[in-house]
Design a protein around this ligand. Sequence first.
Ligand code: IYR
Length: 244
Amino acid sequence: MKNDRSRRRHDPRFIPLVWEEIPCEEGLARGRDFFHRMSRRRSIRDFSPRPVPWEMIETAVAAAGTAPSGANRQPWRFVAVSDPDLKRRIRIAAEEEERKSYEERMPAEWLEALRPIGTDWRKPFLEIVPWIVVLFEERHGVSEEGRVRKNYYVKESVGIAAGFFIAALHAMGLATLTHTPSPMGFLRDLLGRPSNETPFVLFPVGYPAPDCRVPELPRKGLEEILIRAAAEGDDPLHCRRKKE
Ligand code: IYR
């Protein structure tokens, strides 16, 4: 007798998967290309005022919105700011918090950890960039009758959407920074978001300034981040080489 789960998958509301079959070698080539492109992504803090078309912001948010989420609640909201006055107010509020953080709140160990990155409380890029995109997490939904509707794995879901957003911007030749002026509560007020939404991360989005410099930071190698838990003596499957 079929159990409930398999009956679910035969429910008429289930639809056939749209799936593009990619041969192994081709898939590996695409994966390597993706890796090489992603490995050239850098977070930057020196932005150009060069404008960025709205369609590029829309496209990156559309890509982010394809992320998986707990119970498919899609608990993300992106607020894209181009208004110079609003950007200025965000800069002023962010620098106020950041100054307190750097001068009073952050312990010595944290400041030491940030030394190679060269940050301080000043955030001029918030006024220079064409776009500030603030990603909010929707901590819970609200039904039409005003009842709370639970969301699940909100941080994980929004974190994955943030990753998709960053990858999409990079694919379009745009640069960003995961900026978290802490605490970020002021963003909810400045952007007029409801109380069930909390700022998760702020992305300045634009092109690098011509003289942009970035810290020389190493990335961990595969040998450090990948552990293969295979049975002893197991020879892993490899893609077949293309015939010459
Ligand atoms: N929010 C501060 C501090 C900061 C914290 C971490 I962790 C960083 O990786 C970088 C900065 C700031 O934006 O300067």
